[in-house]
Ligand binder design. Structure first.
Ligand SMILES: Nc1nc2c(ncn2[C@@H]2O[C@H](COP(=O)(O)OP(=O)(O)OP(=O)(O)O)[C@@H](O)[C@H]2O)c(=O)[nH]1
Ligand SMILES: [Mg+2]
Length: 323
């Protein structure tokens, strides 16, 4: 069985694209470590003194492939900024073009010299145009990270259909920041880790149930879950009897004793009440494998473009159009 990954100092949080940058700023503040932002949109990099602007040249809306080639061209600059850090935490929204394009480049640049823990946000299922590139990007990120934590917006929405997109982002975003911030004080599993969460509630059992039901959307075979960490935000303010019940309940759900850990936080959920996040380590298949159906058929060593991520560089060919 694989060992836990230990987090080495110093830590760096890297935010990619719009949502990635916003979350990285918050997480690095909470941890008290340095933060690096990477984006092709200058607005994402405002008020940051440590950033890399990926210039997309004359392209107003470059494709993911195009953006990836611009990021690859800046790999040396990225490497220089990552140098000297023991652990690099990468946060990216794979529903965004910048996130999907650049996250694999940043992870693979960092992973030889540092421990890389990546956080990936997956698109809603109805964002059909984004699902494929998010699936490919996730596969690449996992390959270049020591551990990957996935927040699936689609599973959250399935469980909370009454919420608007914005409400959904605000809840899932704070779960990412809360879990990323707590990484500094604990170890993580090298497997794929699924992060699920719940709305704030006065009833901690209901929060746990919500989180677990979100988790079950992503993992087909829950018996294969190796370890779960249940984060109880605001848990230190709960009466001991309730806390005891919650722990019993969590251990009951994830059967094997000893595989469930409870992480308590005195920080109340950002919207008040108690919120429960569950991080489950699931080495086997998840629903994201099907986002990139060809990836399931061909193994990585049969990909012609696997080592150098597929990108679309601008090649000026001096060939006149002959008609
Ligand atoms: N999960 C999450 N998604 C968001 C958030 N804000 C926006 N989104 C969605 O994600 C899409 C891309 O958001 P960005 O975070 O700006 O993505 P990006 O990585 O900068 O890439 P671009 O597509 O080039 O902007 C948006 O169209 C929204 O649908 C957020 O805070 N959290
Ligand atoms: Mg953006």
């Amino acid at each position: 069985m694989s060992e836990d990954i230990l987090i080495k100092n110093p830590l760096l949080v890297v935010g990619i694209g719009g949502a990635g940058s916003r979350l990285a700023k918050k997480a690095s503040q909470a941890i008290g470590c340095e933060c690096l932002l990477v984006s092709n949109d200058k607005r994402d990099l405002e008020d940051s003194n440590n950033s890399i602007f990926i210039n997309s040249g004359k392209w107003v809306n470059p494709s993911t492939y195009k953006l990836r080639s611009f990021a690859s061209a800046k790999q040396e600059q990225i490497r220089a900024k990552l140098e000297g850090f023991g652990t690099v935490i990468v946060i990216a929204n794979l529903a965004g073009r910048a996130g999907a394009a650049m996250a694999p480049v940043v992870c693979s640049t960092a992973c030889n010299a540092s421990t890389v823990i990546s956080f990936a946000i997956m698109p809603f299922g109805f964002e059909k145009d984004r699902v494929f590139s998010a699936g490919v990007s996730l596969r690449r990120m996992r390959e270049a990270s020591h551990s990957t934590v996935v927040m699936d917006n689609d599973a959250f929405l399935d469980n909370n259909p009454e919420l608007s997109k914005e409400e959904c982002y605000s809840i899932t975003n704070s779960a990412i920041v809360e879990v990323a911030s707590s990484l500094a004080s604990r170890s993580v599993r090298p497997d794929m880790n699924i992060l699920s969460t719940s709305k704030a509630s006065d009833d901690s059992q209901a929060s746990l149930r919500d989180s677990v039901s979100m988790l079950y959307q992503d993992i087909a075979d829950t018996d294969a879950i190796r370890r779960t960490v249940v984060y109880v935000m605001g848990g230190e303010n709960l009466p001991i009897s309730q806390l005891n019940q919650l722990v019993g309940h969590a251990q009951g759900i994830f059967k094997e004793e000893g595989t469930t850990e409870i992480a308590m936080s005195s920080v109340a959920a950002s919207d008040g009440g108690v919120r429960v996040h569950v991080v489950a380590s699931a080495p086997q298949k998840t629903r994201f494998d099907a986002y990139d159906p060809l990836g399931e058929i061909f193994s990585a060593d049969s990909h012609l473009d696997w080592d150098e991520p597929d990108s679309a560089p601008d090649l000026e060919l001096a060939i006149p159009i002959i008609e």
